[in-house]
Design a protein around this ligand. Sequence first.
Ligand code: ABV
Length: 222
Amino acid sequence: MKIDAVTIFPDYFAPLQLSLLGKAAAIGLLEFGVHDLRQHSTNVHNQVDDTPYGGGAGMVMMPEVWGQALDALLTPDSDLIILTPAGKRFNQPMAQEFSRASHLVFACGRYEGIDDRVRQYYLSKGHRVHEVSIGDYVLGGGEVASLVMIEAITRLIPGVLGNPESLAEESHNSEGYLEYPNFTKPQKWREISVPEILLSGNHAEIAKWRAAQAIERAKNNF
Ligand code: ABV
């Protein structure tokens, strides 16, 4: 999978070289491109934003620079992801969907956002355009949100995760995460023992216990 990010802060993407993602890139499973939006400014001051039509606080990112940057990256195989707090909430099923894509382009805007004609234009040209948010809080820009998405998406690509069995594991809920509490050695730590059932070797009873724990935990999320 090819992943491009367009940003005014390319340094935010340094973590892509670390850990499993860095290794996946090193062996050619992933290919990352990070692009400085300012390189596409035609303005003498390398300006990329301007005041909003209709008035109001903040600045809006100008369509011309985004057009130049995205024209250079998008092909019919691309999915354009525009990070915005107003976007569709990112979740595990979306991560699964995107993990099957061949080219993701992350457009990282600042909070006030990108001139909406950028979205309109690429949509009208037949590109797949997704406005996405990672949660109901406001970030300074889309960079960290993109990193979150990239990590959640790429770990689902065969070969990226160290242990493929952790992906195949049955004990995940619909959002894709383990729902019961986990324990490892030592059997007793600071006077707290691992639940006896987990030492029993009775896999049917263990599965029942874990299911009950999962229900207990789920209650706390509502
Ligand atoms: C993108 N907040 S996604 C750009 N939750 C700026 C802020 C922001 C996003 C999110």
